[in-house]
Ligand binder design. Structure first.
Ligand SMILES: *Cc1c(COP(=O)(O)O)cnc(C)c1O
Length: 303
C-alpha cells in the first residue's frame, strides 16, 4: 500500500539516503516511477497564479506536471538561456519554476545548468532538473536545488525520486498526490536499486566506458560529440528511420527509430545508447553497419 498507510519498509530509506548522498543534496523522496515523481513534485510546488518556464524539449512528464499544476507555462527554445530569460520576464507576482533535463533524452546534449541556475538566482525562480540520462553515466555539475530522476535507466531497477531541501521533501510527503495515493515500490525492486547505487558509486569506470563508446560512435558516423551515452543520428523522414532501424536489426543491432510527436516534425532519428558492457569492436561494427544502412536506404526507399 501507500507508505503513509502501512508504514515503511526500511529499504525505502536506504535508497533515499544513498541517492541524497550521491547527489549532494539534503533529502530525497522515492516515487513509483520517474513519471510519477515529476507529475507529483511540480503541482506540489506551483499552482494557479504561479509561473513555469520549461525547455521545449524537456521530457513529456515534465510538460504533463506543468499542465497538471495549473500554473501559467511558457516554453523556451531548447538550451537557450536568453530565451529562458525572456520567458521568465513575463511572470506575474506568483512563484516561478524553471524546468529542464540535465542530458536530453532524444538529443543526447547537456543543458547549460550553470547559466540557467544563475538566471534563476537573478530572477528569484526555483530551479528543477530531471537527471534521467545523466545519473550513473556522467557526473554532472548541477546547481539546481530540486533534482528529479529515475531508477529505470542506468540504475537498471525501477522507480523515481526527487532530491532537494528537507522542507521540500517533507512537503512532497503530504502534498504530492502521486506519492500520497500510490503504493510503495516492491522490496525486491528497492533491493536491486540499493545494489545498483553501490555499484555506480564504486565503479565509475562503467559510466566512463559507456561515454567513451558513445563518443567513438559519434566520431565514426560524423555526429556531434555527445554529452553522455546517447547519440541521435537524425535522418528526417519517419519511414526512413524505421527502415534503417530494421536493417540494423537484421544485423543484430538494436537502434530504435524515434519519430514525431516524440521529436519535432522532420527530425525522425535513430537513437543509439551505449553501455559499459559493449566492446569497442561492437561500436566499430555498429558504425559501419549504420553508414551502410543509411546509404542503402537512400537507394531503395520503402513503399
Ligand atoms: C524515462 C524518463 C522519465 C520517466 O522515468 P520512468 O521512471 O521511466 O517513469 C522521466 N524523464 C526522462 C527525461 C526520462 O527519460
Amino acid at each position: 500500500a501507500a507508505r503513509l498507510i502501512t508504514g515503511d519498509c526500511p529499504l525505502n530509506a536506504a535508497v533515499e539516503e544513498k541517492l541524497a548522498t550521491m547527489k549532494g543534496l539534503p533529502a530525497c523522496r522515492l516515487f513509483g516511477s520517474g513519471y510519477l515523481a515529476n507529475i507529483g513534485v511540480i503541482p506540489a510546488l506551483v499552482g494557479r497564479g504561479d509561473y513555469i518556464a520549461i525547455d521545449e524539449r524537456a521530457h513529456a512528464c515534465l510538460h504533463a506536471g506543468a499542465t497538471l499544476s495549473g500554473a501559467r507555462t511558457e516554453q523556451f527554445r531548447h538550451n537557450d538561456v536568453d530565451d529562458a530569460r525572456r520567458a521568465l520576464k513575463i511572470r506575474g507576482a506568483g512563484r516561478a519554476l524553471v524546468l529542464t533535463e540535465t542530458i536530453f533524452s532524444m538529443d543526447g546534449d547537456a543543458a547549460p545548468l550553470r547559466a540557467l541556475g544563475d538566471l534563476c538566482d537573478d530572477m528569484g525562480a526555483w530551479f528543477m532538473t530531471d537527471d534521467a540520462h545523466g545519473f550513473g553515466v556522467a557526473k554532472i555539475d548541477n546547481p539546481a536545488a530540486i533534482q528529479a530522476g529515475t531508477l529505470s535507466k542506468a540504475v537498471g531497477a525501477y522507480g523515481g525520486y526527487v532530491c532537494g531541501p528537507t522542507p521540500l521533501v517533507e512537503l512532497l510527503t503530504s502534498r504530492a498526490r502521486s506519492f500520497v495515493y500510490a503504493p510503495a515500490l516492491p522490496p525486491p525492486v528497492l533491493g536491486a536499486a540499493v545494489a545498483a547505487l553501490e555499484i555506480i558509486d564504486a565503479e565509475a569506470w562503467r559510466g566512463e566506458k559507456a561515454r567513451a563508446h558513445a563518443a567513438l560512435f559519434a566520431s565514426l558516423v560524423g555526429a556531434p560529440a555527445p554529452a553522455a551515452a546517447i547519440v541521435p543520428v537524425i535522418v528526417g523522414d519517419a519511414d526512413r528511420a524505421l527502415q534503417i532501424s530494421d536493417r540494423l536489426a537484421d544485423r543484430g543491432f538494436l537502434a530504435t527509430a524515434i519519430r514525431p510527436p516524440t521529436v519535432p516534425d522532420g527530425t525522425a532519428r535513430l537513437r543509439f545508447t551505449f553501455s559499459a558492457l559493449h566492446q569497442e569492436n561492437d561500436v566499430r561494427a555498429l558504425a559501419a553497419a549504420t553508414a551502410d544502412a543509411i546509404t542503402t536506404g537512400r537507394e531503395r526507399p520503402r513503399r
